[in-house]
Design a protein around this ligand. Structure first.
Ligand SMILES: [Zn+2]
Ligand SMILES: [Zn+2]
Ligand SMILES: [Zn+2]
Ligand SMILES: [Zn+2]
Ligand SMILES: [Zn+2]
Ligand SMILES: [Zn+2]
Ligand SMILES: [Zn+2]
Length: 1754
């Protein structure tokens, strides 16, 4: 059908293209009714361009729209060709100095913490980098989209509002200038005309609600029956639901459904079906039916295609308008004018109003288009921004209500623009005074919270899910209020005062609804049935916290406002609790001759609420009265006489008593909700406006009361009055053992009450309460946090309250109180408390939780012990109170307080039963200490004429009064200091007595008043010193004794070693685990060590004993004994790859015999080095397997390892493994036969081997063609002269035990299976190749690591590596014994033929395409299969040596052919050295052999240097290989790092130092070989530049270079769009650290199919880039991601740190992040070491939740 339509469509297109924009514009210029003309044009053309089929063609549509629709408008506007017109406009423009860049999702934004007026003021990256703020303290975040750059907005920045770029224009525009002056009258008029028509058209069509009918002036006659079934998005249904429904409803594939769903989610709507009405209607009904079951159905509309067409063009038009106004500020102003012009219907009829008011009805895509237009027009024009702000404020209530009922996220709502408007201080102030904005916001908020109880308080008790949803959305109004208040006024007008106080009234109304909300009653008997709802109330409180604080800040700025606010607040509080109207009865309390009237009220029996915002606000204002001194300046203006202190303290006291009772366990039956509430009440997020203010309110009330009265009321509220008012109550009580619980409860309550007194007297660090400033307050917080333990910056920040600007003020003071300790490779930077700050430590700091308090106590005592001080933690010296609160100190010396102290001390002295507690005593001691400190300070500061009224020392020296005549407090303390059961408090009591005496001395010297003598103290003092001396002496003796013993022991050891030298040596040799020590032992060091060849250093047979980690049995490693194995992990690797685009296409057919020098995919073997019996391991693995099967049936859970793939965890170290390697002795010794002294030279040897190979090939041919032509074959046999001593019929006996043979097969098969990713098949001829390959690759990768880290080749390797390499090499050497002899021989022949060509092997890779080390390992390890049939006396060693020399020669040629030919002008050191001449000669030969294609190089020195450098890695690998193969110890020179070890390597490897000698010595054959290597066509192509080749040395692979500043990565990622969904921004851009590719991760759009499963972009990428293993950086999260296979993954800490040495995973804190090179190196090292998979395994074992993540979807 489509093809039939094609010509017709094309015809239309052609006719459209013939349309001339200029002509149309010309017609419009003549028109009398322009609107009608334009509308007709649109009505005719729009449906012809847009929506002509089921799928949009954006490019074609855009092209046609530009040509037919927008072109004419541009012509009309410019009055000429817009290609000239617009640039002219642009030139004439005087651009504004605002940046206004609208942020993309994920784009980095910057805010200066020093200069931004509030945290919403942000800069784009370009402006930031050009601003002064880059050197300030700044925060970086990623934008969620929307919002714009505030550069150039003078109101947003306290300093530096312009970046360099935008500053340029400021000098020109000093005054506000009308931008229209730069436009001609004509242009203004035309622009106005066309903008008015087009803007109106767009608004009209976008807000059009009919589904099949157009506005009259757009309706056309011939309307086709073409409709769309339009699906809209909502936030209710999930992606999966939508995809599933669509597949059903419109019969599409899953892929198409995903496409639809993605577009719906992004744009807010998408047509899912196109056709006639019936056809669309049908799809609609299916969708609605399918999605209406649980929730409201998906929104679907069947819309006529022409409506959709016009709407699409409407959107296009708005974007066009946005672009056009970009040319000129004048055009922008005209658009603003058009938009805000009131329409014919009066109020709210402007186009802007119409759009705003329809916001919640529009789909997402439409909203974001017009929001963007608003931002680039109205908000960029200073004049119209103000007018727009007024419109916004006038519609505020309506817009918010729409938003609350709408289900889109806030960022898609016009309501979200409030942040752009309200945060502009001048606008905010204007809206407050002119539009009464504060009141409007608060009232709107209240309107949406309708659930109230009988008293009019909020009630969230039974609110529904819908209400909860609404409640969440309403909270955004609090943010608006915050924005309005965030910048504080510097000047107050009467208007502002009035409107602010009006707002304050509204705010009090709000708080009044919260005062006493969610009241609770203690549950007795039964546990509560249902946990009451508490979170809503606390959410409200939490969100309002900053607003409450800001209200106080505003009040503090103006005395008149403060006084009025204080009066209003007090009045509201009185309304809430009109005196004691709760119906409680008055009672009288009396102690120590004092009595007071109060009410009967028990927290444990009546209703109590934690929410008291009105009281707390009043407390805050009261402190301000003190701080601003208004209280002293204008006392007559204040209602101080109306204050009733008992009324003020009543409710906060109840709240604190509630906490105490909860702590005492009295409210257990009220469940967790209460525990949670108490937790938040004290939590750093809430406490500033909850707990802290309750303490202040108590301080306020008590400062106006007789302290005795207060203490009695408090005793009564704590329900402890009886205990302290009845003299013998304690005694009697303690004897009643039956009420153990009650006694415990009372003990806790007493402790809590004492704690509260400590707080009321001691908490003086709020400015206004004590004589301190804000800095002192924050310092004190930090000191106490760091007293618990050293902390990282972020930890510290979390423990401090943030203000509305997200600042804690910590940075300004931290240096004064703490040292910073930098982080190491792991962990974080830490702050440690300075020693001199320890004296300010207060054990009863009111923000400590119980756990923190005990931790801090322990830490501080420990510190004191370390410093050899006593462990007393006396109260610190406190700053004085402000006058308004000064009387509070009298609590300490009040009669009732002394009575309480005496009572508790009495109990402690009596020490009977459990009617007292040590904590109680400790608190009393602390209080006494506080009183003494207070008195001492008073004495210190006393002036001549004043008498110190604080006489605590006097009072505690007096004995108790009749009738009980108890001893004085002092006397009791003296008694207690010797009590054995109070050992912990001894130091504190001593401190008290000492301080007491010090005060006494001061008093005596000033002879103010006599104080009682205290004999005991002085005595104690001296006995204490004695005590100390004694302890010191004992410690000294102990130390000396220890030293002596140590000396004796080491002496004895030396003797022992001397005497038993031989024995000692032997034990060393025998000990298996110290094999490394053995290598380094000096026993063979005085001769030249040779690792291979006939002259190989002979190593005495070593016996090796190992212990099985499973059964702990020891066993010797022997050929015939049971196999011992190492746990091992085999994996494919691309770590060394020089070509990441290459991977094995068809593993079944792939031939791995020759490794390409690009090492594109190797097989790596690693091991943790733990040894087991083969059978023990087998048993272990079987049990793991069985367990796993059971578990899978039961739980369907993943594990960190894949049992089905043979994976298991090492039973000892839990290291991920997937096979085992058998432990073997050096295998060569077993096969070494005769060692006849006369060994052939290379030439001879090659000849012999070639003959043997030929013989074998003839034999093979004969075997493969049996009988048929036997005569002919026999002829051949005759022809063939078997080389002397060659017996191809001989088959050697396998020397290994069955169990070892089995393990050889096991590991071989595993390597094959993993390396090729095929099914295991032990018969496959490729098995031995894979074994050799893994050996070669693993050695190569270790050589790389050692070189990169500048480590010596044979330095102390970690044990596990050493064991692994040894086992792996020996295994690979022994594997041929379990493989088919002819197969291995075949491999040898083929490998050999690549260097020494024979007739049977054509088509082998040329020497440029062979990795020589792999070739060497293959040849050496396959050689025994040939040699075992040779009885002529050629030893294995000879063969090894010749093979090695041959491969080395080939490698030298390889290097010379590919060496870089550029000269770098360095002087030749030794112009005519032997090596230089030789290499030059060789090069000449090469030159000849390549037919002069090789470039001429004159300098032998360069050539020799290239050879030496190029061959080093190869020689090092060979040294490692032969070392492990033959067990020859390494020469000591190679065990230390240093300069090039070239000579030592050559010696060890039996090579001449002048490598070129190899060619000279074997002159006869050299020429032939070189010719055969060079005559290859590939070599020729390479030399002629037609192909590439690897050159040597190969450089090590590195992870990509990362930028120093993290934000440039974010910026890079924000410019990255999903490669599959056409220009969309990727949500989770993820960077491959191996190759630098950016991927669109964790998203449907970029899923691909891999081995029959859908996988995310990262997983797919690992398969091509890292053969399954990947290292990524998730840029938005700043998180490193490790992936291995489809099921394994973990997050790893990123290499970016902030200045405090911390990472910021998730970018939550926003501190600037910089690259930490060391950490990045560590990640690179993990990669080089092939430890990524292992790291994932450990992470998953440590954190099981990682196992459940669908890593393959990332
Ligand atoms: Zn900017
Ligand atoms: Zn700028
Ligand atoms: Zn700044
Ligand atoms: Zn065992
Ligand atoms: Zn292990
Ligand atoms: Zn994508
Ligand atoms: Zn990559």
């Amino acid at each position: 059908m489509a093809s039939e339509l094609e010509p017709e469509v094309q015809a239309i297109d052609r006719s459209l293209l013939e349309c001339s924009a200029e002509e149309t514009a010309g017609k419009w210029l003549q028109a009398t009714d322009l609107t009608r003309e334009v509308y007709q044009h649109l009505a005719h053309y729009v449906p012809k361009i847009y929506c002509r089929g089921p799928n949009p063609f954006p490019q074609k549509e855009d092209m046609l729209a530009q040509h037919v629709l927008l072109g004419p408008m541009e012509w009309y506007l410019c009055g000429e060709d817009p290609a000239f017109g617009f640039p002219k406009l642009e030139q004439a423009n005087k651009p504004s100095h605002l940046c206004g860049r609208v942020f993309k999702v994920g784009e980095p934004t910057y805010s200066c913490r020093d200069c931004a007026v509030d945290p919403t003021c942000v800069l784009c990256m370009e402006c930031f980098l050009g601003s002064i703020h880059r050197d300030h303290r700044y925060r970086m975040t990623t934008s969620g989209g929307g919002g714009f750059c505030d550069c150039g907005d003078t109101e947003a920045w306290k300093e530096g509002p312009y970046c360099q770029k935008h500053e340029l224009n400021t000098s020109e525009i000093e005054e506000e200038e009308d931008p229209l002056v730069h436009l001609s009258e004509d242009v203004i008029a035309r622009t106005y005309n066309i903008f008015a028509i087009m803007f109106r058209y767009a608004v009209e069509i976008l807000t059009w609600e009919k589904e099949s009918e157009l506005p009259a002036d757009l309706e056309i006659v011939e309307k086709s029956d073409t409709y769309y079934c339009m699906l809209f998005n909502d936030e209710v249904h999930t992606y999966e639901q939508v995809i599933y429904t669509l597949q059903k409803a419109v019969n599409c594939t899953q892929k198409e459904a995903i496409g639809f769903a993605t577009t719906v989610d992004r744009d807010g709507r998408r047509s899912v079906r196109y056709g006639d009405f019936q056809y669309c209607e049908q799809a609609k009904s299916v969708i609605v039916r399918n999605t209406s079951r649980q929730t409201k159905p998906l929104k679907v509309q069947v819309m006529h295609s022409s409506i959709v067409a016009h709407q699409n063009f409407g959107l296009k038009l708005l974007s066009w308008l946005g672009n056009v106004i970009g040319y000129s500020d004048g055009l922008r102003r005209i658009l603003c004018q058009v938009g805000l012009q009131e329409g014919p219907d009066g109020e709210n009829s402007s186009l802007v109003d119409r759009l705003m008011l329809n916001d919640s009805k529009l789909w997402k895509g439409a909203r974001s288009v017009y929001h963007q237009l608003f931002m680039s027009s109205l908000l960029m024009d200073l004049k119209y921004k103000k007018l727009f702000a007024i419109r916004f404020a006038k519609n505020y209530e309506r817009l918010q209500s729409d938003y609350v009922t709408d289900d889109h996220d806030r960022e898609f709502s016009i309501a979200d623009l409030s942040v752009q408007i309200f945060t502009v201080p001048s606008l905010a102030r204007m809206l407050i005074t002119e539009e009464n904005l504060m009141t409007i916001i608060i009232k709107t908020f209240m309107d949406h919270l309708r659930h109230r109880d009988a008293q009019g308080r909020f009630q969230f008790e039974r609110y529904t899910a819908l209400q909860a949803f609404k409640f969440r959305r309403v909270q955004s109004l609090i943010f608006d209020l915050k924005y309005v208040l965030i910048s504080k006024p510097t000047e107050w007008s009467d208007d502002l005062r009035q409107k602010f106080l009006e707002g304050f009234d509204a705010f009090l109304e709000l708080l009044k609804c919260m005062q006493g909300m969610d009241p609770i009653t203690r549950q007795v008997g039964q546990h509560i049935e249902m946990e009451p709802e508490w979170e809503a109330a606390f959410t409200l409180q939490m969100k309002l916290t900053h607003v409450i604080s800001m209200m106080q800040d505003w009040c503090a700025l103006d005395e008149k406002v403060l006084i009025e606010a204080y009066k209003k607040c007090l009045a509201v509080l009185m309304q809430c609790h009109g005196g004691f109207t709760d119906g409680e009865q008055p009672i009288t309390l009396s102690i120590c001759g004092h009595s007071v009237e109060t009410i009967r009220y028990c927290v444990s029996q009546e209703k109590v609420s934690i929410h008291l915002p009105v009281s707390r606000l009043l407390a805050g204002l009261h402190v301000l009265l003190s701080k601003s001194e208004v209280a002293y300046k204008f006392p007559e203006l204040l209602p101080l006489s109306e204050l009733s202190p008992p009324m003020l303290i009543e409710h906060p006291l109840r709240c604190l008593v509630l906490c105490a009772q909860v702590h005492a366990g009295m409210w257990r039956r009220n469940g967790f909700s209460l525990v949670n509430q108490i937790y938040y009440y004290h939590n750093v997020k809430c406490r500033r406006e909850m707990f802290d203010k309750d303490i202040v309110m108590l301080q306020t009330g008590v400062s106006m009361m007789d302290p005795n009265h207060f203490l009695m009321i408090m005793l009564s509220r704590f329900e402890l009055y009886q205990i302290f008012s009845t003299p013998d109550y304690g005694k009697r009580f303690s004897s009643e053992i039956t009420h153990k619980d009650v006694v415990q409860q009372n003990n806790t309550l007493i402790e809590e009450m004492l704690y509260l007194i400590i707080m009321i007297v001691g908490e003086r660090f709020s400015p206004g309460v004590g004589q301190v400033n804000a800095t002192d307050e924050i310092k004190r917080e930090i000191i106490h946090q760091l007293s618990i333990k050293p902390m990282a910056h972020s930890e510290l920040v979390k423990s401090l309250p943030e203000d509305e600007n997200k600042e804690t003020g910590m940075e300004s003071v931290i240096e004064a109180v703490a040292h910073f300790k930098k982080p190491g490779l792991t962990g974080r930077g830490m702050y440690e408390l300075k020693a001199e700050c320890a004296k300010e430590f207060n054990l009863y700091f009111y923000h400590f939780s119980r756990a923190e308090q005990s931790k801090a106590e322990e830490a501080q005592r420990k510190l004191k012990r370390q410093n050899r001080e006593d462990t007393a933690l006396p109260p610190p010296v406190l700053p004085p109170f402000c006058p308004l609160f000064a009387s509070l100190v009298n609590i300490l010396q009040s009669d009732v307080m002394l009575c309480i102290m005496r009572t508790v001390l009495q109990w402690a002295v009596e020490h009977n039963g459990y009617a007292w507690s040590e904590s109680m005593l400790q608190r009393v001691l602390h209080l006494i200490g506080m009183a003494l400190q207070e008195e001492k300070q008073h004495l210190d500061n006393v002036t001549e004429e004043h008498v110190v009224t604080f006489t605590f020392t006097q009072k505690i020296s007096k004995p108790g009064e009749a009738p009980n005549n108890s001893p004085s407090i002092l006397a009791m303390l003296e008694t207690l200091q010797n009590a054995p059961y109070l050992d912990v408090h001894k130091d504190m009591i001593r401190w008290i007595l000492k301080t007491f005496n010090a005060i006494k001395k001061i008093r005596e010297s000033s002879s103010t008043s006599p104080v009682a003598e205290t004999e005991g103290t002085i005595m104690e003092e001296s006995s204490r010193d004695k005590d100390k001396a004694e302890r010191k002496r004992k410690a000294e003796i102990a130390r000396l004794r220890r030293e002596k013993i140590m000396a004796q022991m080491s002496e004895m050891q030396r003797h022992f070693i001397d005497e038993n030298k031989e024995l000692f040596q032997q034990t060393l040799e025998l000990d298996a685990s110290t094999s490394a020590v053995l290598d380094n032992s000096p026993m063979v060091s005085n001769m030249t060590l040779r690792a291979l060849g006939p002259a190989q250093t002979q190593v005495p047979e070593q016996r090796q004993f190992v212990t099985c980690i499973l059964c702990q049995e020891e066993q010797e490693v022997k050929v015939e004994s049971k196999a011992m194995v190492l746990a091992a992990f085999v994996q494919r690797s691309t770590v060394l790859s020089k070509n990441r685009s290459k991977f094995i296409q068809d593993p079944e057919k792939y031939d791995p015999l020759f490794m390409h020098p690009d090492l594109s995919c190797g097989t790596h073997t690693g091991s943790c080095g733990h040894i087991m019996h083969a059978h023990c391991w087998q048993r272990y693995f079987d049990s793991v397997q069985a367990k796993e099967q059971r578990r899978q049936q039961r739980l369907r859970l993943h594990t960190s390892y894949d049992v089905e793939n043979g994976e298991f965890l090492c039973p000892l170290c839990e290291c991920l493994s997937n096979t085992v390697i058998p432990l073997l002795l050096p295998p060569r010794n077993i096969f070494n036969r005769l060692n006849i002294s006369d060994q052939p030279k290379l030439t001879q040897w090659i000849r012999t081997i070639s003959q043997q190979i030929k013989a074998l090939q003839v034999l093979r041919k004969e075997e493969s063609t049996p009988n048929t032509a036997s005569s002919k074959n026999l002829e051949n046999m005759d022809e063939l002269q078997f080389p002397e001593g060659f017996r191809p019929d001989f088959h050697p006996k396998n020397p290994y035990s069955e169990s070892i043979k089995e393990m050889l097969t096991t590991f071989g098969t595993a390597t094959y299976k993993v390396g090729l990713k095929v099914h295991p098949n032990e018969e496959d001829p490729r098995v031995p190749i894979m074994c050799w390959g893994s050996c070669a690759y693993t050695i190569q990768s270790i050589e790389r690591i050692l070189s990169d880290e500048d480590k010596p080749l044979f330095g102390p390797l970690p044990c596990r590596l050493d064991d692994c390499l040894r086992s792996l090499t020996r295994f690979a050497a022994a594997h041929w014994t379990v493989a088919s002899l002819s197969v291995v021989q075949g491999h040898f022949c083929k490998l050999f033929a690549s260097l020494v060509p024979d007739d049977n092997h054509g088509d082998l890779p040329c020497i440029l395409d062979i990795d020589m080390f792999h070739l060497l390992v293959g040849l050496v390890l396959a050689f025994p299969a040939l040699q075992c049939q040779d009885f002529s006396g050629i030893s294995l060693g000879t063969g090894d040596l010749h093979i090695f020399h041959l491969v080395t020669m080939a490698h030298i040629v390889q290097i010379l052919l590919t060496s870089c030919t550029e000269e770098n002008g360095m002087d030749q050191e030794n112009p005519a050295g032997e090596e230089e001449l030789a290499v030059l000669a060789l090069y000449k030969t090469l030159h000849q052999c390549t037919g002069s294609a090789l470039k001429e190089i004159p300098s032998g020195w360069h050539l020799w240097r290239n050879v030496r450098n190029g061959i080093m890695p190869f020689l090092k690998c060979c040294a490692l290989f032969f070392h492990y193969l033959n067990g020859v110890p390494s020469p000591p020179e190679l065990q230390v790092s240093g300069t090039s070890h070239f000579e030592h390597l050559c010696n060890y490897l039996s090579l001449p130092n002048n490598l070129i000698c190899l060619f000279q010595e074997n002159n006869e054959i050299t020429k032939l070989l070189i010719e055969s290597w060079c005559h290859n066509i590939e070599v020729k192509r390479y030399l002629e530049g037609e192909r590439d080749a690897i050159s040597y040395p190969r450089e090590s692979n590195k992870l990509i270079d990362l930028p120093e500043d993290y934000s440039s990565l974010i910026n890079q990622a924000s410019n990255f769009s999903c490669p599959k969904s056409g220009g969309d921004k990727s949500r989770a851009p993820t960077l491959c650290l191996v190759c630098g590719t950016l991927l669109c991760s964790q998203s449907y759009c970029c899923q691909t199919e891999l081995e029959g499963e859908d996988v995310g972009a990262c997983t797919a990428h690992t398969y091509s880039c890292g053969s399954g293993v990947g290292i990524f950086l998730r840029v938005r999260e700043c998180q490193v991601l490790f992936l291995a296979g489809k099921t394994k993954g973990c997050f790893y800490s990123p290499p970016y740190l902030d200045d405090y040495g911390e990472t910021d995973q998730g970018l939550r804190r926003g501190n600037p992040l910089h690259l930490c090179k060391e950490r990045f190196k560590k990640i690179q090292k993990l990669w080089h070491q092939h430890s990524i998979t292992e790291e994932i395994g450990h992470a998953q074992e440590a954190n099981q939740t990682l196992v459940g993540i669908d890593w393959q979807h990332l």
